[in-house]
Design a protein around this ligand. Sequence first.
Ligand code: SF4
Ligand code: SF4
Length: 314
Amino acid sequence: MDNLFQNKEELSLKIKERAIIEGFAVSRIALIPGSSRLKLRTKSLERWLENNYHSEMKWMEAQRRKNIESLLKNAKSVLTVGFNYMSEKTQKTKNFKIGKFGQGEDYHKVIYNKLKNVGRWVNDEIPDCKWKICVDSSPLLEKAWAEESGLGWIGKHSNIINKYYGSWLTLGFMILTKELIPDKPSKSLCGSCEKCIEKCPTNAITEPFVINSNLCIAYHTIENRNENLPKYIQKNLNGWIAGCDICQDVCPWNKSVPLNKNIEAEPKQWIKNLNVESLDWDEKQWAVNLKGTTLKRIKPWMWKRNIKAIINNQ
Ligand code: SF4
Ligand code: SF4
């Protein structure tokens, strides 16, 4: 069945507009299989994996990540969206610091629900189009597709940077079987800046765009399942309990960005008040607090481990 729109341009504009109406800060489109830069990004991923820079994140090795078509038969286009998680209430400096991406509602759920609404709109307007939502958990070269679609460029700290929203964006993707009009891929605007590399306390950015997770505070506080954090990480925690935003905080593109005024971006109350008393919380208390946040990935014993490491290294 034909869609109700006059042409691909109109349909492409409407679907991006729909995403913005749902509450995304930015939305763009890329065509599959994408330009040669996707091949370059795939090669970079291979080198990163060969160096074991993904540490224990073994899911990054999934071969399907290299082939978007394996995620949806007859995939033709990707709608890429960015959710702005920077709220005016976001915790910025405190004794116990939490990555800004994790302070509000679980972004997976927020993005998924919004994209599902876009999908319902697609069902009505383009009934012959199939779609699939990917938010973090699908094997997809997410940042490469975001860059390909013009949503932003991959900064030297390896996060996507949008010209207006900086890197305070979590990403979502909708793969569609409808061919749409693509946006222009983003060009890097990092220029000669190397602030993120210089300011990383553990030298985890081994070269532009390459993060060695084994040296990264964000990786260790969230993903490391060992009883103790490595000594060099402990020494450099400087208050970071969950995640680390240093390389993004120093980025000039993050200096004055629009804030998200919606409740879903607001930090949870317990995050605003987090202090050493949290060491006394039992499993039940942690479960209540972590419910509905992406931080539930960090188990209560890991929170305690991280807090103790901060206190012992002050
Ligand atoms: S998140 Fe922190 S430790 Fe990791 S690369 Fe950025 S500044 Fe370095
Ligand atoms: S701090 Fe500089 S080099 Fe690093 S991502 Fe931002 S603009 Fe790029």
